[in-house]
Write a protein that binds this ligand. Structure first.
Ligand code: HEC
Length: 460
């Protein structure tokens, strides 16, 4: 933890120095003479910080009241000026997403001035903070599936990656509208991608055998799947529906309008938490997370589809992803879509030495549709970004993703010092210290009017 804080502060200072060199360009804002917490700061903090910085929100301390914020004034100024907080790697000037969270330059300057003036509280009362439901953000679940046992997170101050299965047996096959992930240990659960396994009738006698928790992400899958005994009784593998539930602190579950998305759920199966990422802790702790399942009355009319460009996907990476020591490497991957599609979400994926990421589609007429741009890749904040409305990509457009990797010693995120060649291993299991280049897109075959359907459904 201390290492990370030092690293943060180092990164922050570097950026601050850069920012200062640019002073002449700094626009000036009309910051109120009497800038104070109750009138000016509380609304910014309640909207942009409190979703995570509250009890059960995933942030390390609350940022709600005057006291909470004033006592950390200097750090709050630093992390907002350097744009480390709120964490939102996507560039909001390139494309727009649901739930995006960033501060305007004016808000950042307002916080800075408030801190410089000694964090005045203001007269009167602070606005009351928004209410967050405890438990589900959607409502009363039809079924709750907890992890069988709690998982031990070793107190060794390092990140932990695990694959965890939650087997289930239900009386009848059914349909799911949405699956909500509920972290047990909210301080430590950092991110999670959940997949759904359905066994065909009679294919698997006992879903509960095998390991439930396998430490260390093994993205070549096979070893983990063997240890977990996920295969059917005859040794073949069941169907796996990817990315049915994804979690990051402060992110709401992906609830789509009626008729979009949803899953089939067989009598026997499992939810598989791939890439369960626990943050570092100095003392050993436990987690027992769970899933809230909300049933649907009808089979999914338009089940989501997923395409993966790049590593383990449908398009090759050019040049191949081998980054030599001290090299800065530009790569791209492209895929021509054969039919009209509607894109719902996009999830860029790289590991530690990723620097920038950009994806867009080039239509047959040459026009470009921007999808996402990340100017400063951060391994810790990998969102499934949801577009406000579906984005239509016409047939024969080329979706192109571009990435930049920095394998120099001076890159503070380089896991090796001195640097070593970093690549996608084909000969062994993938580790966090290896690299990947993926652009994961959920989409539907296009239907008339898709581009007008709003994807934000109000939660309770
Ligand atoms: C999406 C969730 C989220 C939001 C929104 C968020 N934070 Fe954080 N914040 C975190 C987490 C998690 C950490 C712990 C460090 C980490 O995991 O990167 C953190 C750490 C911090 C730290 C400590 C940094 C350090 O290393 O000492 C400060 C200060 C902070 N946040 C301030 C803010 C402020 C101010 C806002 C709003 C303008 C904000 N945060 C919004 C999740 C969030």
């Amino acid at each position: 933890m201390l290492d990370r804080i030092v690293l943060w502060i180092f990164a922050a200072l570097t950026m601050l120095t850069l920012a200062c060199n640019n002073d002449s360009d700094t626009p000036s804002f009309d910051i109120p003479e009497n800038v104070n917490f109750n009138e000016h700061i509380a609304p910014i903090v309640h909207t942009n910080c409190m979703p995570c910085h509250r009890k059960d929100g995933g942030g390390p301390f609350p940022l709600i009241t005057y006291k909470d914020v004033a006592k950390r004034g200097k750090t709050v100024k630093l992390v907002t000026e350097t744009k480390l907080m709120p964490p939102w790697p996507a560039d909001p000037t390139y494309s727009t997403f649901i739930g995006e969270r960033f501060l305007t330059d004016e808000e950042i300057a307002t916080i800075g001035t408030w801190v410089d003036k000694g964090t005045p509280e203001g007269s009167g009362a602070a606005p009351s903070p928004p209410h967050y439901p405890t438990g589900s953000m959607i409502g009363e679940p039809d079924l709750v599936l907890p992890m069988k046992d709690s998982v031990l997170i070793e107190g060794d101050n390092t990140d932990h990656f695990m694959v965890i299965k939650v087997p289930f047996e239900i009386p009848n096959d059914t349909f799911i509208r949405v699956i909500e992930f509920v972290p047990g240990n909210r301080q430590l659960v950092h991110h999670m991608n959940g997949h759904l396994i359905n066994y065909a009738p009679g294919a698997k006698s006992d879903v509960h055998t095998g390991a439930h928790v396998v430490p260390d992400v093994d993205e070549s899958n096979m070893n983990t799947f063997k240890l977990m005994e996920l295969a059917n009784d005859d040794g073949t593998y069941p169907t796996l529906t990817p990315s049915v539930s994804n979690y990051l602190p402060g992110v709401s579950p992906a609830l789509y309008p009626d008729g979009i998305g949803g899953y089939y759920m067989s009598r026997k199966g499992a939810l598989l938490m791939k890439n369960m990422h626990y943050g570092p802790t100095p003392v050993s702790e436990y987690d027992q997370s769970s899933f809230n399942i909300f049933f649907a009355k009808e089979p999914p009319k338009r089940p989501l589809r997923e395409m993966i460009l790049g590593t383990l996907g449908i398009s090759e990476i050019v040049p191949p992803l081998v980054i030599k020591p001290e090299e800065v490497l530009d790569v791209y991957t492209e895929f021509k879509v054969p039919i009209d599609i509607s894109i719902l979400t996009i999830n860029p994926h790289m590991h530690l030495i990723g620097k920038t990421f950009k994806a867009y589609a080039v239509q047959p007429d040459g026009d470009t549709i921007p999808l996402i741009r990340i100017n400063k890749w951060d391994f810790r904040w990998q969102y499934f970004y949801t577009f406000p409305k579906m984005v239509k990509i016409p047939a024969n457009s080329v979706i192109r993703a571009e990435g930049l990797y920095d394998n120099r010693a001076e890159n503070p995120n380089n896991p090796y010092n001195p640097p070593r060649a970093i690549y996608e291993p084909v000969d062994r299991d993938m580790r966090t210290t290896d690299e990947m280049f993926q652009c994961i897109i959920t989409y539907l075959p296009y239907q008339n009017g898709d581009e007008n359907i709003s994807l934000s459904v109000p939660l309770h």
